[in-house]
Design a binder for this molecule. Structure first.
Ligand code: GLV
Length: 323
């Protein structure tokens, strides 16, 4: 049966192809008016929402939706920390995400940040553009080597594995830590122990109460002096004040961030910190990847609306509302 699907952002219509194929009605917000209040107002009047990681799908939105016809959220992101998943579960609203289609793009940005931070690429470029480059200098812009360096991956999901593959191509030794023993080469059960062996640390866990501030001052201090930290996962996983402090003191050699607590606002201390390369959350930002993400979110929504359980379901709608 044709459903009403609220799509919270404008995007090329081809990215919504599954909705059109299933004959669903796409409801688009007036340009620029879909704030949280509008989301709460529209939620009960639609069957599904295609959301972005910047949409706060909290209890208020979900409760409003459940008082009407809302059955499923398709989040165009692999992370679902913008959604109150446990409230959605209580209300029998299904949640889908976009695993598997952004691994390469995000791993590329991880490598970009790792290389740029360790090789001081943006600092060197700034100097060149400012006319401060007076010629090849034997001891200018000295960075650190990657060949034979140790990369420690915090988390070992799809994106971490894609980073591992690329880092191996650079000749790096790769360790990983995950909550459960992966049984794979490079697994280290003790996160703190792994950090003490790292030249580069890269974060690849979802943001949850268990991982908020996982990389705090003491874990940053465990990384050997001059080490590099990269975060392409979520801002709240690294304590930003502690990170700024470690960079200011030179304890950490450099860092690369794509994600921040309180996006799009970036903490002034980070903006002023030395040896920090920052990108504006572009990990998955290629047109191919973003279109695959949007289509996968739509596929998930269409499946749930048909009473099926798609592979990209985070949280199933219970059968009581599935008919
Ligand atoms: C991007 O940050 C995502 O979670 O997909």
């Amino acid at each position: 049966m044709a459903a009403r699907v609220l799509v919270t952002a404008n995007m090329p219509r081809s990215w919504l192809e599954p909705l059109d194929r299933f004959g669903h009605a796409v409801v688009l917000p007036e340009p620029g008016v879909l704030d949280h209040r509008a989301l709460v107002a529209m939620a009960p009047r639609v069957d599904a929402i295609i959301s972005l990681l910047t949409d706060r799908i909290d209890a208020e939105v979900l409760e409003a939706g459940a008082s009407g016809t809302l059955r499923v959220i398709g989040n165009i992101a692999v992370g679902v920390d913008n959604i109150d998943v446990s409230r959605a579960s209580e209300l029998d609203i299904a949640v889908c995400n976009t695993p598997g289609v952004l691994d390469a793009a995000t791993a590329e940005v991880t490598m970009l940040l790792m290389l740029a931070a360790s090789r001081r690429a943006f600092e060197a470029e700034r100097a060149l553009r400012a006319g401060e480059w007076s010629g090849w200098g034997l001891t200018d812009f000295l960075g650190t080597d990657h060949e034979a360096a140790t990369l420690a991956l915090v988390g070992h999901g799809r994106i971490a594995r894609a980073v591992e593959l690329r880092a191996q191509g650079f000749g790096m030794r790769v360790l990983h830590h995950a909550r459960r023993d992966t049984g794979e080469r490079g697994y280290v059960a003790d996160l703190d122990q792994m950090l003490t062996e790292a030249d580069v640390v890269s974060i690849h866990v979802p943001l949850s109460p268990a991982t908020a501030n996982l990389i705090d001052a003491s874990r940053l201090a465990a990384i050997p002096r001059g080490g590099v930290l990269v975060n392409t996962a979520r801002g709240g996983i690294v304590d930003e004040d502690a990170l700024a402090d470690a960079l200011e003191r030179g304890a950490l050699g450099a860092a690369g961030l794509d994600v921040y607590l309180g996006e799009p606002n970036v903490a002034p201390r980070l903006l002023a910190a030395p040896n920090l390369v920052m990108l504006p959350h572009i990990g998955s930002a290629t047109s191919g990847t973003r279109s695959r993400m949007a289509m996968l979110a739509c596929e998930g929504v269409c499946a749930v609306l048909e009473g099926r359980s798609p592979p990209n379901i985070v949280l199933a709608e219970s059968s009581s509302r599935a008919s």
